[in-house]
Design a protein around this ligand. Structure first.
Ligand SMILES: [Fe+2]
Length: 344
């Protein structure tokens, strides 16, 4: 097997200007940058070489696992130290207006954000880890979180501000007084750099949603929207159109829904009201609920399908009731009376 050539990580120049910091000395930054950041890059490269040199098929899995764990720790230490140095060098009190607006939206206020961030740091005092402010593309929002042991806790999250809570970050100057160190860090945050990283992060597309090209024009509702309709008492006719072969085994049904056989729409369509919205759904939300909604729309109903179907409702902790499939013929023994307003 040909040996793999490892790709080396280069040391990045120090981002902040140490002599401009308020209450954090150049000596502390130099020691941190040289020994701890430089050490992480060196470890990362040594591990990359070690991994490249071995044959995964001939190496015990536990050896590979240990090396990969160490590699991720060294890689995260490298990345987060670079972000830490890039987080310093400004006036921590001067939060740009646009950044403050984002933080108010995601945390309630800048002050509330600050209290939560500092509380996470306080919990790591005397321990080891990172406190991070990260952007989550999936939810298009910021979160604070701790990253103990060089782990970055949010999958797909993009950290934009990092506070190093390993003792090596402050012990030289602050001793065990982590509180004073955290206050000094907060005084020196470079908010213009944080804002620039936030703006870059918001350009990252969220994970691709499920797309069903054949139903692209068909209106959908989310399970949360259906929950909100029910909670607000909005009249809605909810039809479970899981296939007969499936529903005959099902033991539960969404609260507020009636089951109707999707193959016998003609037999039960007459019981629906055209003046009340209809929501249909199937097991996972792929086809049958969509097709039924499309059929009903063609017949003049305000119908849409519930994305994700029965299991999305369950995953969102929507309530269900026992389902007696034997008594549900699919024909129309009972009318799917509008729910919500009637409190059903
Ligand atoms: Fe560090």
């Amino acid at each position: 097997m040909p040996a793999l050539v490892s790709r080396r990580s280069a040391v990045a120049p120090l981002f902040c200007r140490p002599w401009t910091l308020n209450g954090i000395s150049p000596r502390l930054i130099e020691s941190h940058y040289e020994h701890n950041y430089g050490g992480a890059v060196a470890r990362l490269n040594a591990l990359a070489e070690e991994l490249a040199a071995l044959d995964p098929a001939a190496t015990p899995p536990d050896v590979i696992s240990r090396l990969k764990r160490d590699e991720i720790a060294a890689l995260n230490s490298t990345l987060l130290h670079e972000l830490y140095f890039a987080s310093l060098g400004g006036d921590g009190r001067a939060v740009p207006e646009s950044m403050a607006a984002v933080m108010t939206q995601d945390f309630g206020s800048v002050d509330r954000w600050r209290r939560e961030f500092v509380a996470l740091a306080g919990d790591l005092a005397g321990g080891s880890g990172w406190v991070l402010l990260s952007y989550v593309p999936r939810d298009r929002r910021l979160v604070n979180h701790a990253g103990p042991d060089h782990t970055q806790a949010v999958a797909g999250g993009i950290p934009i501000l990092a506070l190093d809570m390993y003792e090596h970050a402050y012990h030289l100057e602050f001793g065990a007084n982590a509180t004073a160190y955290v206050a000094a860090f907060m005084r020196n945050i470079d908010w213009s750099a944080v804002l620039a990283r936030y703006e870059d992060a918001t350009k990252v597309a969220p994970p691709k949603p499920l797309e069903q090209k054949q139903f692209a024009d068909l209106p959908a509702v989310t399970v949360d929207e259906v929950k909100a309709m029910l909670a607000s008492g909005t009249p809605v006719q909810i039809i479970d159109t899981r296939p007969r072969h499936y529903s005959s085994r099902a033991q539960e049904i969404m609260e507020g829904a009636v089951w109707r056989d999707p193959e016998r729409v003609d037999e039960w369509v007459g019981e629906l009201s055209k003046s009340t919205p209809v929501v249909t759904f199937c097991v996972y939300g792929f086809h049958i609920g969509c097709e039924t909604a499309a059929t009903l729309r063609k017949a003049g109903f305000d119908a849409r399908y519930m994305a994700g179907g029965h299991f999305a409702w369950k995953a969102a902790k929507g309530t269900t009731r026992l389902f007696d499939s034997a008594s549900s013929t699919g024909g129309a023994p009972e009318s799917p009376a509008p729910t919500g307003a009637a409190g059903t």
